[in-house]
Design a binder for this molecule. Structure first.
Ligand code: AMW
Length: 157
């Protein structure tokens, strides 16, 4: 009998959420790149430290360096893959700044001219993530895994 993809166990957590292995598209010594449950734009992904840690200041210097080196590596690959001209790279560090998952995460969003009516709307959309979840339903593991398979290939060349 085939294994139900949705119940496969993962070694990794994103805050309180167990990650499905199919969500991970990038791995470095201390960081992971994961596809997003509810992306705001196509290619909106998250870079996270492997260790569950709520705030940026809680990370070690090695974890910060590895995390941002991972963002630096992924950013141009994503911009090119999504045929975009820019990126929004954002950290909501703490609940009062809009952080909804208590695990440091760097949002990477491929951007293009005119993708939002007002450019700063992207920040409002990031802030509205939990409120938005009713009208922007969570993606299936199958859909996220398909995206991750494609993104993994970007790092192979
Ligand atoms: W925050 O408002 O904490 O800056 O952003 C949380 C991000 O995490 C959102 O982009 C949301 O869609 C995403 N997210 C929440 N739960 C999961 C999950 N289990 N897997 C992947 N992404 C998730």
């Amino acid at each position: 009998m085939p294994l139900d993809i949705s119940v496969e166990l993962s070694a990794w957590q994103f805050g309180p959420h167990a990650l499905h292995p199919g969500q991970v598209f990038f791995e470095s010594p201390l960081s992971l790149g994961i596809v997003n449950l509810r992306p705001i734009v196509p290619g909106h992904v998250l870079m996270i430290p492997k260790r569950v840690c709520a705030r940026l200041a809680d990370l070690s210097a090695e974890e910060v360096a590895d995390l941002f080196a991972s963002v630096h590596r992924a950013a141009p690959l994503l911009e090119n893959h999504y045929n975009c001209s820019a990126l929004s790279i954002a950290v909501q560090d703490g609940a009062d700044a809009g952080q909804t998952v208590p695990h440091v995460h760097v949002h990477i969003l491929p951007r293009r001219r005119g993708d939002f009516e007002r450019n700063d709307e992207v920040h409002e959309r990031l802030d509205a993530i939990s409120a938005d979840s009713a009208c922007r339903p969570s993606r299936s593991i199958g859909e996220m895994s398909e995206e991750a398979v494609v993104l993994r290939r970007l790092f192979q060349s």
